[in-house]
Write a new protein. Structure first.
Lengths: 393, 253
């Protein structure tokens, strides 16, 4: 049994392409071409060169000595926070902009919640000299002003999503509508392993460089490619997909997925999709999502904008359903504490998304000789105001 | 024989109107349907509101948000429609997104549709092959016609496939757009309407998206069997309420 995608675009029973006919030609064009394009030597060459010289890969696999001492286990941090633009998101946008160019597209659209994916998309569009339109919920625009400014400086047009709850899911709806209205010249760069097939697979493959490097780096440091545990936070799940990718079918390696519990699973203000979600359709994919009994998609909550999504990628829905991954929900409070802890112990200010993953050590005991690799998916600069407000700094 | 098929046999151009159930007020659904039939239209699409209607523009999304806020649900809609066949005889179609139906249970949903007298369904985000492999037999068991969309970008091969598994009409989306975003038809649309007509499909075509007045209705039905009005009617409901529906219809026919 494989935990990777099958030829029909499903992970187990999750995935597929539940899209209106208006989107069919766009998605079908991508589906028919993405694997072929990714396999072209010229694509690989350009992708790898940009990851190396522009993004700064490989990102270090850092042995966190003091953190390891505190929890009496061996903790390695995969430093995606050191990438250009400050998070793993750029791995995917570099891949997709090269894909868009080869598909002959001259206009890029994207959705963004906190603005990280929007910035990563605006960055690669500037790099390639391609027009960029980023949809962002009106509410998110107000609370993420620095990232809105970054996107504008990079030459992108930021369009407010005024419909529905005016947050990430509505920005995604607006981007999809734009794509319906512009089916020929436009490529939609989705920021996570969500959306209709082939997006979850394509984004996972672009992020897979993370686990490819982990294997190599861990072999060098520990004499084995296999950690005992992989830990990553999951909103839509792209950094997690990259972390797990080359280990999915290697059951010697345990997988832990960290979700945002917000104010607590039962508080009514949470984003823990595996616990609170039910199978259904969101943004063209059959997966787990938070919804009412009547099938209306509900608004999640987390202090972390990157984890504040009512669904989860179909790969992760399948990892949950099959029991391949252990899912743990971490509250705002526990995440913030773990984030501050990392600052003091290791001199690294993490993104609040990654702080959720770091809280795993307070919730689960590892053996002294366990090797735990945790994806430090982003840096905390963007979250400074949140940290200031929370800790009254 | 299904009411939709009967209607399609009539020797006239058909006008179908979409509205969102539970809009403007929760209990307006039945009155809107009855007033629409009295105004002389041929078919009604009852919109089951969804929180994230991807294929719709701002007008229909706003009406859906309001209807949900009013308390509309699948259960409530079926409750409102339970006696509709005592007063209304034209074909009734439910148009909605797949997730609410999936949560209700596809078979339970179809069964309810048959009980209250719904004739067909339009589900934009239920893909043709998923329908074919998993749900076609259920729809047929309850006598429901499933209506598929085609667009100017749909290939001839795919149109012929859709035609082969359709048994009512084909919903021809007039242009690459979401609902409510067009004003008038140009040469491109006219050529597209003619191109599709020339395919001689077994199912008649009804044009939707971009029809808002007599001119666009006439253009759309030059080659097609009928046309569907959605956003323009929802705007009328927003501005004029449910009492002057025949005034709106009079501007079309």
């Amino acid at each position: 049994m494989s935990y990777n995608i099958n030829e029909k675009g499903y992970y187990g029973e999750f995935g597929g392409a539940y899209i209106p006919e208006m989107l069919y030609p766009n998605v079908e064009e991508l589906r028919q071409n993405y694997l072929k394009i990714m396999a072209e030597p010229s694509f690989q060459e350009e992708f790898n060169a940009l990851l190396k010289d522009y993004v700064g890969r490989p990102s270090p696999l850092y042995f966190a000595k003091r953190l390891s001492e505190k929890y009496n286990t061996k903790i390695y941090l995969k430093r995606e926070d050191l990438n250009h633009t400050g998070a793993h998101k750029i791995n995917n946008t570099i891949g997709q902009i090269l894909m868009a160019k080869r598909l002959g597209k001259n206009r890029i659209i994207a959705e963004t919640g906190a603005g990280q994916h929007g910035v990563a998309t605006a960055t690669v569009c500037a790099l390639m000299g391609i027009e960029c339109i980023v949809y962002m919920g009106e509410i998110d625009i107000a609370r993420q002003a620095p990232n809105v400014a970054r996107m504008k400086m990079l030459g992108a047009t930021v369009v407010p999503a005024l419909s529905g709850s005016r947050t990430l899911k509505d920005a995604t709806n607006e981007a999809i509508r734009d794509w319906i209205n512009n089916p020929v010249d436009t490529h939609y760069i989705i920021g996570s392993v969500v959306g209709p097939h082939p997006y979850p697979d394509m984004v996972a493959k672009f992020q897979a460089v993370v686990s490819e490097e982990i294997k190599r780096q861990l072999l060098e440091k520990e004499g084995t490619e296999n950690p005992n545990y992989l830990v990553a936070c999951v909103g839509g799940g792209s950094n997690a997909a990259g972390t797990y990718y080359h280990y999915l079918d290697n059951e010697a390696v345990n997988i832990i997925a960290i979700e945002a519990a917000g104010h607590g699973i039962d508080s009514g203000e949470s984003a823990a999709t595996s616990v609170l979600g039910k199978e259904g359709i969101i943004h063209g994919s059959k997966t787990l999502l938070m919804q009412t009994k009547d099938g209306q998609i509900t608004e999640p909550y987390s202090i972390s904008a990157g984890l504040d999504y009512p669904g989860v990628g179909p790969m992760h829905a399948n990892l949950y359903k099959t029991g391949r991954a252990e899912f743990i929900a971490i509250t705002d409070d526990d995440a913030m504490k773990a984030g501050l802890d990392l600052c003091k112990l290791e001199g690294i200010i993490p993104a609040i998304e990654s702080s959720h993953a770091l809280a795993v050590f307070e919730h689960k005991t590892f053996k002294p000789d366990d090797i735990v690799v945790l994806n430090l998916s982003g840096r905390g600069d963007k979250d400074l105001q949140n940290y200031i407000d929370y800790f009254k700094l | 024989m299904n009411r939709i098929n009967q209607k399609l046999e009539e020797d006239k151009k058909l006008l179908s109107i979409y509205f969102t159930a539970g809009y403007p007020n929760i209990n307006d659904t039945v009155s809107v349907i009855e007033n629409l039939e009295k105004s002389g239209i041929d078919m009604i699409e009852i919109g089951l509101p969804f929180s994230d209607p991807l294929a719709d523009g701002p007008t229909i999304q706003a009406s859906s948000t309001k209807a949900l806020h009013n308390g509309m649900t699948s259960e409530r809609l079926f409750e409102q429609l339970k006696d509709i066949r005592n007063t209304v005889s034209i074909p009734l179609i439910i148009m909605g997104y797949f997730n609410p139906m999936l949560q209700y249970g596809v078979e339970a949903f179809c069964k309810k549709c048959q009980e209250v007298g719904i004739d067909g369904l339009i589900i934009p985000d239920l893909p043709v092959d998923v329908y074919h492999d998993n749900y076609k037999s259920i729809f047929e068991k309850y006598g429901l016609i499933n209506v598929f969309l085609i667009t100017p970008q749909t290939s001839e091969e795919r149109i012929r496939y859709i035609d082969s598994i359709s048994n009512g009409f084909i919903y021809m989306v007039s242009s690459a757009s979401v609902t409510g975003s067009q004003s008038g038809f140009g040469d491109i649309q006219t050529k597209y309407f003619k191109r599709i007509a020339d395919l001689n499909l077994k199912n008649p075509q009804i044009v939707g998206f971009g029809i808002s007045n007599n001119e666009t209705f006439t253009q759309a039905t030059k080659y097609a069997k009928g046309a569907i009005i959605g956003s323009a009617f929802v705007k009328h409901l927003t501005n004029s309420g449910i009492d002057n529906i025949d005034d709106f219809v009079a501007t079309i026919l």
